[in-house]
Structures are given as structure tokens and as C-alpha cells.
Design a protein around this ligand. Sequence first.
Ligand SMILES: NC(=O)C1=CN([C@@H]2O[C@H](COP(=O)(O)OP(=O)(O)OC[C@H]3O[C@@H](n4cnc5c(N)ncnc54)[C@H](O)[C@@H]3O)[C@@H](O)[C@H]2O)C=CC1
Ligand SMILES: Nc1nc(O)c(N)c(N[C@@H]2O[C@H](COP(=O)(O)O)[C@@H](O)[C@H]2O)n1
Length: 590
Amino acid sequence: MSTPNSTISTARRWWHRGSADHGWLKTFHTFSFASYYNPQWMTFGCLRVVNEDRVAAKTGFPTHPHNNAEIFSYIINGKLTHKDSIGNVETLQRGEVQFTSAGSGIRHSEYNDHPNDECHFLQIWYTPRQRNLPPKYYTLPQVKDEEKTNKLMTLIRDVDTFTPEEREKTGLLPVGRAIPAHCSLTTRTSILTPGNSVKHILGHESKQSAGERWSFIHLAMTSGYKDPNALKKQVQKDIAGYTQHKDRLEHAARYCKSVYGVTPNLTGDASKGQVNKLKATDPEKARVTLTYAQSRDGKIAGENKKMLALSNAESMIMTHSLRILHDGILVGVNTLINDNPQLNARLLNPLLDGKEVPLDALPRPIVIDSKLRTPLDCKLLNNARQGTGKKPLIFTSANGEEAKATALREAGAEVVKVTTDANGHLSWSDLLTALRQEHQIESVMIEGGATAIESLLAAHAEQTLINELIVTVAPNNVGEKGLSYRAPKWVTKQTLPKEKNANSLANTNSLAPLQCDPQMFQSDVILTWSQGKNDKEEAQIRIGDQLLSEGDGVFLRGGQVGEEVEITNVGDRNAEFLLFDIEPEEGDDY
Ligand SMILES: NC(=O)C1=CN([C@@H]2O[C@H](COP(=O)(O)OP(=O)(O)OC[C@H]3O[C@@H](n4cnc5c(N)ncnc54)[C@H](O)[C@@H]3O)[C@@H](O)[C@H]2O)C=CC1
Ligand SMILES: Nc1nc(O)c(N)c(N[C@@H]2O[C@H](COP(=O)(O)O)[C@@H](O)[C@H]2O)n1
């Protein structure tokens, strides 16, 4: 369990925060600050400011006043010189924390004296419960990365949890001593290495013994500055759409990279073995992307299962790009009979070098066909015979259908018998194992139809089988007669209008929404969920069902003192974060 059951989590995405680039200062604001004002984001309990700043060399914040705020700087990189009106002058570096309780009033400056390097730091403000306290200044001795690696280190806690002698000590604190703050808030930090987790107990080192406790976790942007304006421009272009085929290919490739960390081959010269394919993440089973297109009202086909062109031209190119990343592509036999699909990547042609997608890059078609109803003249078999598609693999439970199996084999298919349960359902787990172990399929893209989607999502509730779920949501409604599918709540709450959410499968085993960057393909929205273990160029952590990328934060409410919050590094890079554990105050409403 990574967050308490009662937890309500709200992500604060990096691109959605207030931000400014003043040249000398690049800054992000979690809450309203300076010229960024959004009444939705004002405070979280006594947490008032969470800014992530990069100050250029030889610049800084000139002397300015503060009062009735507790302010601290957590240095990530570079150096920052602090000077104040109570006589403190100090240059801070990575691993150091400086805390000012401004009380009745101080003036200070923060300056980056370095000739070349920028200073990257987090600046946090709390609102103290008492006003006009005497101003105080504290510094933590430098903490080496190792001391907070894969464990939580408390930096700051409520002054009421300190002894009277400890409260008197200001300036440089003894090693291991946290800083006292005049609010019921504990601040902790950690650097998580890939694959590792830490658990925080709500109310840790606080005076609060029972009741609700909030927390906010912010993942620092340690892999470099992410430019929100560049992203905004990109999203505007993505929404406007691309007219050139080359631009559409590149957009699709960017999307694939953002999901898998792998770019599909967009030239035709990659020979066998050089084609970029997704590797299995489990030694036993094929890796799975479940993907389909639906209307806004949750339909994947029209009346009488009529195939509909739901995706627009650009998201279709994205779908074909996904196809060439996978070794196999699977559909249920009704889809085959109904749509007579080719399941190839023809929409990518011509590729960037003018060539066509080579046969080696195409996924192998896989059909689940319990009663061997695959038509002998379907396009999949025709393509295989003509050498423009790979040999289809048909999984069946049909008994006594030897003549049909032989005919299909003669028509160019490989027919494999599998066992099914009393309802005629095959085991997805066994199928994925067979694909990996017996057919060298490391990755499979499952497109539908409704029966296949529903049964796979239901099986995933019991055992993690799906690595990525990618749903293209078209902006139109199909109406009640269209073909729908049932899905668990973690899917329907994002794919269906609110009033239709009720019709969802129970599901305990979810994937995390991968919504770190908005993905628009003109008028289509692409929703992506992932196990999150992808080769990303930045750190990623998972907290409950939230996946955070660098610069993102998550607000958690509804947990109780003593309950556990687990933070897991699901990426390939070290993840450095701050955690704020807060007592909600009377009347706090968020
Ligand atoms: N919008 C989209 O992205 C897509 C839409 N579709 C639509 O879906 C419709 C077809 O959907 P359905 O009728 O639900 O059929 P389906 O395509 O899921 O095929 C059902 C058949 O596949 C086999 N099958 C599927 N799951 C099985 C399981 N777990 N165990 C054993 N056998 C299994 C059985 O033979 C079953 O009769 C078509 O209208 C098609 O256009 C299909 C794929 C994608
Ligand atoms: N991504 C997507 N968007 C739509 O609007 C669709 N109708 C589908 N359908 C799937 O694609 C198959 C057709 O494939 P080919 O074009 O013949 O290669 C169809 O059978 C569905 O699986 N997908």
C-alpha cells in the first residue's frame, strides 16, 4: 500500500505551475507568488511558497524585507550567498540548508557570486502560528548525498518537539539536529536511487497524535531545466496539427519516446536486428501495450459493431508508430472478421528517407480465435502470402476443427492450440508466456476488440500484465447504440464523462497515469498509463497512483496520523525530493 486508502491526491504538474524566465532568474511557483496569481493555488496548510529557482552567475536577489514568514533555501547545485540585517553572511552549497525565521522583520539578500555556474535551489516559506516573533537564523551543516540516499532525513520540525535548550541554539546547528519551525510541519528529504522506496509515517516527529495529516511531495528538477514556454509552444503546435507528413511522423516519434524512451525507426534502412523494438521487462512474458481509440462517450465502434474512423490522421500515424515498436499485434477474431484489418504500418510511408517501412519492422499479427472463424481470404493472410506482412499466429481452443486448422495453415497461418476455462476464456498470463517463450515475441500491442480489452483489463486486476495503456479519445460522441467496453475505475474516470463512470469493473491493480506532459494530436487527446519503468531522461517517482516527473509535486489529503506514504523511484535516475508533512488547521480547505 503506497498511500492510505482514504487519501485524495492532487498532482501539481511542472508545466502547470506558475513560472517566469527573467534571464537572470528562471523560476517555478507551486503557489501564487510574485506576478503569478491563481486563487486555486494559494497555500496548503502553513505551506505558503514552494519555488524552484535557477539564479544565473553573478546575479541574485538584492536586499529585500520579510516578516512573519519562515523561509528556507535547499541548495541543489551551485552556491548562494545570504546576507541579512541581523549580521549573518554565509555562502551555501549543495547539501546545505539555511532557514530564516523572519518574525517581526528582517532584510536579506541572496546572491550567486560564482563567475560561471548557476545556482539551483528550492525556496520554501511557511506561515508561523505566532506573529512578530524575534527574528532567528539557522544553518544545517553540510549533509553528504549518501546520508540521505534511500532514507528520509528530517530537516525541519515543529519547535514544540525540541527541548528548551535545543530551542535556544541558533546559527550552525550540531550534526543531526533538525531546524525548529513555528508551525506543525515536518520537512524531510531523500535521494532515491532507481528501484528503491522510502516510507514516511504521517505525523512523524510531530506533536499530533491522531487525526488527519496532509503531505506535499515535490520532486526536484535535477536533470536540467525544463522550459515551460517551449512545451506550451509545442502543445499549441500539436493542437493546431501538422499538415506535412514528415512533421506528423516526428510528432508520433516524440510521443513514443516520451512513453517508452524508445524512438521508432523513421527511415527504411534499418535491417533485421537494428529495428528499434521494445524489450520485454519480464523474463517470462511478453511486454504489453493495450491500445485502442474511443469516442468521448466511450464507444470503440458504431451500431452493429461498424468500424469507425475515430482517430484523426495524426493519431493514426501515432498508432502505426506504436505498431512498429512491437514484435506482435493482437486482435480478437471478431475484429478480424468485422474490420478485415491489415495491422501494418502503411500510414508511415513514405518514411523520412523516402523509403517504405521494411517487412522486418512490421509486427507479427496475432489473432485469438476460440472457434477458428478466421476467414481464409482475410487481408492478414493475403499480405503474408504476398510477402507484405508477417505470418499470422492464431491461438485457438477449438477442438475437432482439424480441417479448418489445416486450411488456415495452408493459407499461410501458424495455428496454435491453447487451453481455456469453462467459459472458453484463455489465460492471458499463459498466452503472454507462450508468446515470449515459444514465439520470440518480446512486446505485443493489443488493439481490441471489446471482448479482448475487457478480459485483459479484468485479468490485469489480478496480476500485472499490461505495461502501457494508451487510449486515443476522439472529440465526438457515437451515441448509445455504439459498441462500448467495460473498464476499471482508474481507466473510466479519465476516459468517460462523469455520469458514465459508474459502469466500471472493480480493479485493485492499476497503472499510473502518465500525464506529466499533455499529449494532444490535433483534436484527439491521447491518455497514457504506464508501469513507469521506462528509460527516461529524468527521474520519476510513484506515490500511490500518481507518477511524478521532475518538477512535479503531489498534494495528499485525507490520511491519518500513523498511516504510511510510500515513495518509489520508478525511473532510471536518482530522484531527489522534499516531503512536507502538515497538520491541517481549523478551516483549512483545499
Ligand atoms: N476503436 C478501436 O480502437 C478498436 C475497435 N475494435 C472494434 O471492436 C469490435 C469487435 O469487438 P468484439 O466483438 O468484442 O470482439 P473481439 O475482437 O474482442 O473478438 C472476440 C473474439 O475473440 C476471441 N477472444 C477475445 N478475447 C478472448 C479471451 N479472453 N479468451 C478467449 N477468446 C477471446 C474469442 O474468439 C471472441 O469470440 C469491432 O467492431 C472492431 O471494429 C477493435 C479493435 C480496436
Ligand atoms: N487507433 C485506431 N483508431 C481508430 O479510429 C480505429 N478504428 C482503430 N481500429 C483498429 O485498427 C484496425 C484497422 O487496422 P488497419 O487500418 O487495417 O491496419 C481495426 O481492426 C482496429 O483494430 N484504431
